[in-house]
Each structure stands twice: as C-alpha cells, then as structure tokens.
Design a protein around this ligand. Structure first.
Ligand SMILES: Cc1cc2nc3c(=O)[nH]c(=O)nc-3n(C[C@H](O)[C@H](O)[C@H](O)COP(=O)(O)OP(=O)(O)OC[C@H]3O[C@@H](n4cnc5c(N)ncnc54)[C@H](O)[C@@H]3O)c2cc1C
Length: 107
C-alpha cells in the first residue's frame, strides 16, 4: 500500500493549538487495514451535547455516590468502567479494571 493512502504518518496526532480540532486519528495505522483511501476522524471539543468525560466536581461526586449506593444493592450485577464508576479511564486502565473485578468475582 502506498503512503499516499494515509493522511498522516502516525495513528493519532494531537493539535493543542489554535485549531478548532484537537486530534486527528488515522485508523489504517491502528488496524493495519489494506485498502485504498484514508480513513480519518477529526475531534472537536464542545461544551454542549453528550458529556463523554467525567467532571470531578463535588456535586457530580455526590450524585455518583447516590447511584453507587443503588448499584451496591443490586445482587449479581457489577458495574465496571468509565460510565459505571464515573471516573476517567483510558482503554488500558479500563481493561485492567475489568480483569481485576473479574478475578475478584471468580475467587
Ligand atoms: C473522544 C474520546 C477519545 C478517546 N481517546 C482515547 C485514547 O486515545 N486512548 C485511550 O486509551 N482511551 C481513549 N478514550 C477512552 C476510551 O474510549 C475509554 O476509556 C473506554 O471506552 C472506556 O470503556 P468503558 O467500557 O468503561 O466504557 P464505554 O466504552 O463507553 O462502554 C460503555 C457501554 O455501555 C453502554 N451503555 C450506556 N448506558 C447503558 C445502559 N443504560 N444500558 C446498557 N448499556 C449502556 C454504552 O452504549 C457503551 O457501549 C477516548 C474516549 C473518548 C470519548
């Protein structure tokens, strides 16, 4: 495959500058997929819409604690992950967390 089929030379490039977007991801670098054309996304931060990142504020933590108390009362259900625990996890951390909880449940 020719390099011209790739928009950029790395999988993810961050743009912490005056651009409206903050990151461009070129998926063919990540998947090793061999096909013509580039497959990319631009990420634009916004203050409206669905919130994707937990915001660690006191009021948010108090709300999360209410959900956690309800969750703790659910037998045979474990809430694991970013939304479930209302905290920021990257992919490696969330997988490690899932494996950790699975080991606890199996032991
Ligand atoms: C824009 C963006 C960029 C990111 N970039 C990176 C990166 O470069 N590197 C990195 O390591 N991580 C990155 N992450 C973080 C990564 O995506 C998360 O860490 C990971 O997806 C968290 O996994 P999770 O299983 O906790 O949650 P999710 O992947 O969000 O899975 C939760 C699932 O639960 C489902 N769900 C929600 N509510 C309900 C319900 N009531 N009933 C049933 N199902 C429900 C959702 O549809 C979803 O499928 C990024 C995240 C975002 C948003």
């Amino acid at each position: 495959m020719s390099e011209t089929n790739k928009f950029q030379s790395l999988g993810a490039v961050s743009y912490p500058n005056e651009n409206a977007f903050t990151r461009i991801t070129g998926f063919k670098h990540l998947t090793m997929q061999e096909r013509s054309g580039a497959s990319i996304i631009f990420e634009y931060p916004e203050s409206s819409g669905d919130p994707y990142y937990p915001i660690p504020r006191t009021d948010n933590d108090e709300l999360y604690q209410k959900y956690r108390r309800l969750a703790d009362n659910e037998p045979r259900v474990s809430f694991v992950g970013r939304l479930a625990e209302y905290r920021y996890y990257n992919m490696d951390k969330v997988i490690a967390r899932g494996l950790h909880v699975a080991k606890l449940l199996l032991s």
